[in-house]
Design a protein around this ligand. Structure first.
Ligand code: Z5A
Ligand code: MG
Length: 213
């Protein structure tokens, strides 16, 4: 990874429901940034390899039961585990492209019926993304992308509730959230995202880092 002395990297996050294309699009964006010679690193949450990530993985794969509150705080703690690394990378001039972040944390637990403000509280103080690409498509379109898997949360009714929370956050955080119609082709979605990213890269390098408030 190259360094970009004196200029910070951009913090770009992908959010959206199951199968909305976050992993596909975040990897394409990393390739696109690399093709422009921009130092970049891909990350994803949950980061299942850390100690906390392993607990999250055993919960998601139905090997372990935890209360809604405990697993919520685990997801948040998993981001805090990497918060210093995120900050250091950005300050070293490395752009981060991150597959899911705090907003997934809020959306999935609020969809279970917990209070929005309670869910958001442990995210405060984490680095705020410069841009969030919200990949939005109807649950019907997304369920056509393959049958739901074995993990928790992969059911249409629950996904609709998750989408409602993402929609709410998208309208509240409209200054840096970009709603992308995820039902379009992979290439069309990528073209839209790379255009916005190109504009973002023009100005973000000299801006300070922001925190979630
Ligand atoms: N979770 C949480 O509760 N709290 C938290 O704080 C966090 C997460 C961070 C695991 O997440 C679970 O953790 C997740 C939320 C919860 N639970 N659920 N549901 P994950 O990130 O490990 O897993 P995933 O993201 O469930 O979803 P996914 O299946 O990986 O979806 P995706 O990354 O958005 O989609 P994709 O893999 O890029 O594409 C899915 C398929 O669609 C694939 O076959 C593609 O080839 C296809 N695809 C992609 N784009 C298109 C287009 N444009 N057209 C047609 N087909 C497409
Ligand atoms: Mg994924």
């Amino acid at each position: 990874m190259k360094m970009n002395a004196g200029k910070r990297g951009a913090f770009i996050v992908f959010e959206g429901c199951d199968r909305s294309g976050k992993t596909t699009q975040s990897r394409l964006l990393v390739d696109w940034l690399q093709s422009k010679d921009i130092p970049v690193k891909h990350m994803n949450f949950p980061a299942r390899d850390s100690r906390i990530g392993q607990v999250i993985n055993s919960y998601l794969t139905n090997k372990q039961e935890l209360s809604d509150e405990v697993i919520h705080l685990m997801f948040s703690a998993n981001r805090w585990e990497f918060s210093k690394e995120i900050k250091n990378h950005l300050l070293a001039g490395i752009t981060l492209v991150v597959d899911r972040y705090s907003y997934s944390g809020v959306a999935y637990t609020v969809a279970k019926g917990l209070d929005f403000d309670w869910c958001y509280a442990p995210e405060k103080g984490l680095i705020r993304p410069d841009a969030v690409f919200y990949l939005k498509a109807s649950t019907d379109i997304l369920s056509e992308r393959g049958s739901y898997g074995e993990e928790r949360y992969e059911r249409s009714e629950f996904q609709r509730k998750v989408a409602a929370v993402f929609n709410r956050i998208c309208s509240q955080e409209s200054s840096y959230w970009h709603e992308i119609q995820a039902g379009k082709s992979v290439d069309d979605v990528h073209a839209e995202i790379s255009k916005v990213t190109g504009e973002l890269m023009q100005h973000v390098a000299n801006e300070p880092l922001f925190e979630l408030k």
